[in-house]
Design a protein around this ligand. Structure first.
Ligand code: PMT
Length: 405
């Protein structure tokens, strides 16, 4: 599976850098071409000469090397790879990835990359558990970066806990899975909606809801990770744009519908946005004043139903149209009816009643409802829901599952 695949291996500073030498050997014996970038800190742990000998290629260390830049160039380093692997990934490098720094060759290549990225973190257990590290990790994972490990055990510092870099063979298996999966939806186009819509009342006020965009963005990232040409039409959110996804920002339901229609035709449409059902019939062009004697009366008008309108299109109807149903009671039964009414193929029912934390939280409990019945999924993170859904979509569109994944 790895024959002739091109891996860009970024080695950052950590005692586990010695394991990256073993990783290079395992990748090379499977036929992969391994090109390496070392950070300055990595050179304290392993030498460029060892890395060059095992990879049988030049090792890149310096952003400012005129020779390297004229021969290869930092952009080409990541563009020519099929996958970028960061092993070991130190707390420092993860933090620099999260903030988008580009002050050395490793971070510049990562920022300029349009390829899948896999990290194998390693660090002291307190550094791993620190909220700053966890927040940085959440940021880069939301952008689509994949992670293997760390495992638990005795660490180089003598303490015991989480922070051990995954073993080289475990990393090889993760690489094989990503590369096998990366092309599965390569010929497919996907449309995903995410986040809330904002319906203006006046120039400073609006009607909206608590959708964070976490679920929709994770679905777009998961489809892109399988190689789908993915467009994400999103209402206002704080979520970072997933890597390799074209994001079309919108505010209102009408804008979201127009943006979705402009993206057609697609093979699959997943409507995860929480679209406001109503808008203010006539939003004023000036700020409503309090001193008009009585509170203003807002007359609402119904918004277009984007899911129904995409599901009921003619020739350019996507082969698979998927909606979400946000329900607070009779969750599955209401979702079942919604699927029939809107004429989508699948609907994912989720309970959004108070206390569930579905809106804005990191976890979701869904039931997949289709023409064949109802499938209960266990409580999962939104990213896991997204991966499972993307897998189901790939199967449905007739793209078979790679062995071992
Ligand atoms: O964004 P998060 O914080 O991660 O939360 C995720 C979520 C709860 C928002 C998401 O999982 C979800 O349930 N999205 C759908 C929310 C919603 O609007 O549900 P609904 O039951 O009102 O709508 C049913 C379906 O019709 C949805 O696919 C919705 O996108 C679509 N719809 C609704 C109204 C409308 N005018 N146009 C639509 O297309």
């Amino acid at each position: 599976m790895l024959q002739d695949r091109r891996i860009l291996l970024i080695i950052s500073g950590g005692i586990a850098a010695y394991k990256s030498l073993e990783l290079i050997r395992r990748l090379r014996e499977r036929g992969a071409a391994v090109r390496c970038i070392m950070t300055a800190a990595a050179e304290h742990f392993v030498t460029p000469l060892s890395v060059a000998s095992l990879s049988e290629d030049k090792v890149y260390t310096d952003l400012w090397s005129l020779t390297d830049e004229s021969e290869m160039g930092h952009i080409r380093l990541s563009r020519e790879a099929d996958l970028v692997v960061v092993a070991p990934a130190s707390a420092d490098l993860i933090a620099r990835m999260a903030t988008g720094l580009a002050d050395d060759l490793a971070t510049t290549a990562l920022l300029a990359s349009d390829k899948p990225v896999l990290i194998a973190p390693t660090m002291n257990l307190m550094m791993w558990a620190h909220p700053a590290t966890q927040a940085n990790l959440a940021t880069i994972e939301a952008r689509g970066v994949k992670r293997i490990g760390p495992g638990s055990g005795e660490l180089a510092c003598g303490e015991v806990g989480s922070g051990r870099m995954a073993e080289p063979l475990e990393i090889v298996v993760a690489i094989e899975r990503i590369l096998a999966g990366a092309a599965r939806l390569a010929e497919k186009r996907a449309l995903v909606t995410s986040g809330p819509t904002r319906e203006p009342i006046d120039p400073v006020r609006y009607i909206s809801n608590h959708s964070s965009g976490k679920q929709g963005h994770a679905i777009a990232a998961a489809l892109a990770a399988l190689g789908a040409d993915t467009v994400l039409v999103s209402g206002p959110t704080q979520e970072p744009s997933p890597a390799g996804v074209r994001v079309v920002p919108v505010e209102t339901a009408a804008e979201m519908l127009a943006a979705c229609e402009a993206v057609l035709p697609v093979d699959v449409a997943v409507m995860a946005a929480a679209v406001a059902d109503w808008r203010v019939e006539t939003a004023t062009g000036h700020k409503l004043k309090k001193d008009i004697g009585a509170p203003p009366v807002l007359r609402l008008a119904e918004n277009p139903d984007i899911l129904a309108s995409i599901a009921q299109r003619g020739n350019d109807r996507p082969a698979l149209v998927i909606g979400f149903a946000a329900e607070t009671e009779n969750v599955v039964e209401n979702a079942r009816r919604k699927r029939l009414r809107k004429q989508c193929d699948w609907i994912l029912a989720n309970d959004v009643s108070p206390g569930t934390d579905t809106f804005g939280g990191d976890r979701n409990t869904v039931h997949l409802v289709d023409a064949d019945g109802i499938e209960a999924w266990p409580v999962m993170t939104k990213r896991e829901v997204a991966d499972r859904l993307a897998e189901r979509i790939a199967q449905h569109l007739g793209v078979s599952c790679p062995r071992g994944s």
